[in-house]
Design a protein around this ligand. Structure first.
Ligand SMILES: Nc1nc2c(ncn2[C@@H]2O[C@H](COP(=O)(O)OP(=O)(O)OP(=O)(O)O)[C@@H](O)[C@H]2O)c(=O)[nH]1
Ligand SMILES: [Mg+2]
Length: 193
């Protein structure tokens, strides 16, 4: 697949703001600062599409991007960021739940994990939860440029094992900085669609 066109569509906090477009969706989730927005920019080859930030907690709404007028990439708010306000923290589960209630065309659920770190309890819960609901999970190990190429394979294997994924689950190493993993990601996305 080649991404020829990508555009920001809308942000959603309440389910009434869920876009009316009837397109399949690929959702991107993971801890704050793991590189969700950067992944969307990497795949669309547009560094300005999704807002990136050095400080975690940048994406606090569900953001929808329309790709090739064929499907949507959905940037979900990150979890596990200690410094967001209590109100914001409390609104996270409701916002996610709201999204899952209305997103009937969800074809794949990307769970991003920093390649350098072991998945934490939140990551594991996210994975178990998604698997429980029968979502097509793709694990994405981000910031692959931060470790030596020779160590990548072992890290992918460990992450997969630690998160509790069987051998059937795809796992892909990406680097937004070094533009690694784009083709593998687009292949998986295409399969899921
Ligand atoms: N070295 C390196 N840094 C990256 C990579 N991807 C993202 N980053 C950096 O990680 C930080 C967070 O990236 P974002 O894409 O904003 O992360 P996010 O998951 O969208 O964060 P929230 O919206 O806050 O949940 C930024 O400083 C990025 O430049 C990567 O592949 N390699
Ligand atoms: Mg973000």
């Amino acid at each position: 697949m080649r991404i020829k066109k990508a555009r920001f569509l809308t942000s959603m906090k309440k389910t009434r703001d869920y876009p009316k477009l009837d397109l399949p969706e690929i959702a991107v989730c993971g801890k704050s600062n793991v590189g969700k927005s950067s992944l969307i920019n990497l795949l669309t080859n547009n560094s300005k599409l999704a807002k990136i930030s050095g400080s975690p907690g940048k994406t606090r709404l569900v953001n929808f991007f329309v790709i090739n007028e064929e499907f949507m990439l959905v940037d979900l708010p990150g979890y596990g960021y200690a410094k967001v306000s209590k109100t914001e923290k409390n609104s996270w589960p409701a916002m996610m739940e709201g999204y899952f209630n209305v997103a009937k065309n969800l074809r794949a659920f990307l769970i991003l994990i920093d390649i350098r770190h072991a998945p934490n309890e939140d990551d594991k819960l996210m994975f178990q939860w998604a698997a429980h609901f029968g979502l097509h999970v793709i694990i994405v190990a981000t910031k692959a440029d931060k470790i030596a190429k020779t160590k990548r394979f072992a890290r992918l294997r460990d992450i997969k094992q630690q998160v509790g994924a069987g051998i059937d689950y795809p796992i892909i190493a990406v680097s937004a900085l070094k533009k690694i993993g784009v083709e593998a990601m687009l292949d998986e996305v295409e399969k899921a669609l």
